[in-house]
Ligand binder design. Structure first.
Ligand SMILES: [Zn+2]
Ligand SMILES: [Zn+2]
Length: 201
């Protein structure tokens, strides 16, 4: 069952200090997650708790589904459970200037270092900050972003995936091919070749 998308676009007045629970399902495309990059088996189940204090809205919850990913080794599709823990803070758009300026200044020294190691806590805080405008909160961009961030950079169908034969392209998880093992060109052969050329000259 897919609930109307206004569940993900609640009115600020409905949140209030005592909070608001949002429980609904959405499809990938409803969250702007389109194939082929983002494929899911069934709907995405969304459970959120919202609370508002002096214009600052915190959102916690989970998003669950089954993601279909493509293995980078064997290129086969496989499915895996997707469980995203959500945490976001929303600030009213009017305070963007005031809040973002000091945060940027605080991060500048870290970027100047020889090794660009981001201070993790600060980076996380920044990533979880969103802005809202008007009298409704649009949760869709945040949900889309969190699902994308949760995806592995190098999806692998299983630890022991054998991948594809580099010569014939056979998926080696399914069956072995008859190709001889690939041999790297020996550096000795190259040297010998050069040497014999020298003798002839
Ligand atoms: Zn694989
Ligand atoms: Zn082969």
């Amino acid at each position: 069952m897919t609930v109307p998308m206004d569940m993900l676009n609640p009115a600020i007045v409905d949140i209030g200090p005592e909070g608001l629970s949002v429980s609904c399902t959405a499809s990938g495309p409803q969250l702007g997650l389109e194939e082929p990059e983002d494929k899911f088996e069934g709907p995405l189940a969304i459970q959120l708790e919202l609370s508002e204090q002096e214009g600052r809205i915190s959102v916690t919850g989970t998003l669950e589904s089954t993601a279909i990913r493509q293995c980078v080794r064997c290129l086969a599709d496989y499915s895996e459970p997707l469980v995203v823990s959500l945490y976001a803070e929303y600030l009213p758009q009017a305070s963007v200037g005031a809040k973002s300026a000091p945060a940027e200044q605080g991060r500048r020294p870290a970027r100047r270092g020889a090794q660009p190691v981001e201070p993790e806590e600060e980076a996380d805080e920044e990533d979880e900050l969103y802005w809202y405008q008007g009298d409704h909160l649009d949760l869709v961009p945040m949900l889309r972003e969190q699902v994308i961030l949760a995806a592995p950079m190098q999806p692998i169908c299983r630890e022991a995936c054998l991948g594809l034969c580099p010569q014939c392209g056979q998926n080696l998880n399914e069956r072995r091919c008859g190709c001889p093992p690939a041999q790297a060109p020996s550096p000795f052969r190259v040297l010998r070749g050069r040497g014999s050329k020298g003798e002839h000259a």
